[in-house]
Design a protein around this ligand. Structure first.
Ligand SMILES: [Mg+2]
Length: 453
């Protein structure tokens, strides 16, 4: 993924695309034809003439969950290499980041298997896969994910989890809320000798299931308000992993036109500090910030925007993350210096994410092999919001990862804005129209959301 401006125009000149069309290349997951795809990108645009809609990524752009995904990927690598604690292996490094954030889980896992290949122990892949499979059969909540694990289980063991004896035990595990060690020993003794998971698609599928077990275990805990164990020495809670990225509550209230006229009082909370400005901008930054805020809040009160959330997570995951996020947003709003009634009204508007988003597109709307950097999720979002291709130049897309930015451009949106944070700071954002170190506050306060004029 990521090479752009290929000389493909020399080879092919589709008449339906402008001469100057930029092209980009996507590396597909293993086993998909073709290995690489070359796709046209929407014409890059620094501004939007008359903003109509926004499309926005979830992890790393709207919320802070990237850390959870990285932890779950690292746990998978630890389990299949037998290096469970930091003394044996320091863990994933910043060099891994561009390859494990923002793409499909398949691509992330393929990269890690390749990189850590010399340390992988095939018997640990089988053993960890069985742990994951049993966990999903007993406690998995997403039916599609459980079905995928069940398919792999059948392929690797020749055994169905609906087999009478196993099915009976699984229902006991569900009731007890735990899998007894003696059951695990019994089933592993029976199944492991038959298992051979070859490197390639099978091993990737097994590793994906091992990754998802950890990730879903954590999401289950968050959804049930339970502490999350297994992070260093201590425990963590949902709110320590899932909270709004800086400026998200302001941003959503602003573009929906929900901010009252006295909303200048919210500006100090937007922390407009950490972005680059020209000297001229800096000399009048206080005025510029106030003017832009006043302009945008008045503008969007009259012209509220549509917004889509677009994520490569499956619906079950995104739903938990977004519900938890909205708890955080309502808490943030409770502390805003506004009147009591205004706060109640705003909290009411943020009672559920469905009341805010005009489209909510997850991996469950597509397929693992068509996630970012493919355009599909963003194309679905544009369609669900009723935005016509002639209006794609009136849309802004926000993403924190390279493959997400590519995906926005591949869906035909020219104003793709990268909001890197510390875990994605080293991504290649060359297809982005803007790269904003100051994230959403910078987009709002410095760039006035790229509105032309
Ligand atoms: Mg992201």
């Amino acid at each position: 993924m990521g090479r752009i401006s290929l000389d493909i125009n020399v080879l092919l000149k589709p008449e339906y695309l402008p001469e100057e069309t930029e092209w980009g290349e996507i590396l597909n997951p293993q086993g998909v034809f073709p290995e690489r795809e070359i796709v046209p990108l929407g014409p890059k645009s620094a501004t939007v003439p008359d903003l109509k809609a926004i499309v926005c990524d979830m992890d790393g752009t709207t919320t802070t969950t990237e850390a959870l995904c990285i932890h779950s990927l690292e746990t998978m690598v630890r389990r299949i290499t037998g290096r469970l604690d930091a003394a044996l292996w320091e863990g994933l490094t910043p060099d891994d980041s561009p390859h494990i954030i923002g793409n499909s889980t398949t691509r992330h896992v393929e990269y890690l298997l390749n990189k850590y290949r010399p340390h992988i122990q095939p018997e640990l892949v089988s053993d960890s896969f069985l742990n994951a499979a049993f966990w999903f059969f007993a406690f998995g909540r997403d039916a599609r994910r459980v079905a995928e694990v069940a398919d792999n289980f059948k392929r690797f063991t020749g055994f169905s989890y609906k087999d009478n004896k196993l099915a009976k035990e699984i229902s006991q595990w569900k009731e007890q809320g735990r899998i007894p060690v003696e059951s695990l020993i019994f089933w592993k003794a029976r199944l492991l000798p038959k298992m051979e998971i070859e490197p390639g698609v099978s091993e990737t599928n097994a590793a994906i299931d091992i990754y998802y077990q950890r990730y879903h275990e954590i999401l289950n805990a968050i959804d049930n308000g339970l502490p999350i164990t297994g992070f260093g020495d201590g425990e963590a809670s949902g709110s320590s992993f899932i909270s709004p990225m800086p400026g998200v509550a302001h941003f959503l209230s602003l573009i929906k036109g929900w901010l009252p006229e006295n909303s200048q009082s919210l500006l100090p909370l937007l922390k407009p500090t950490e972005f680059d400005m020209t000297d001229t901008e800096r000399s009048r930054s206080a005025d510029m910030i106030k003017e832009n805020w006043a302009y945008l809040s008045a503008h969007f009160r009259k012209n509220p925007l549509k917004i889509a959330l677009v994520t490569s997570s499956i619906f079950w995951e995104a739903d938990i993350v977004m519900r938890q996020l909205f708890v955080g947003i309502r808490e943030e709003i409770a502390a805003w210096p506004l009147g009591e009634r205004q706060i109640c009204e705003l909290q009411e508007r943020f009672s559920h994410y469905e009341a805010v988003y005009d489209a909510f597109v997850t991996a469950s709307d597509s397929h693992e092999i068509r996630l970012k950097p493919h355009r599909d999720l963003y194309s679905i979002a544009l369609r669900q919001m009723g935005i016509k291709p002639t209006d794609f130049d009136r849309v802004i897309g926000f993403e924190d990862s390279a493959s997400g930015i590519f995906s926005i451009r591949a869906a035909g949106i020219g104003c793709a804005v990268a909001l890197p944070f510390h875990q994605t700071a080293n991504h290649d954002f060359s297809p982005a129209a803007h790269i904003l170190k100051g994230a959403l506050p910078e987009a709002i306060l410095r760039h006035r959301l790229f509105l032309k004029g």
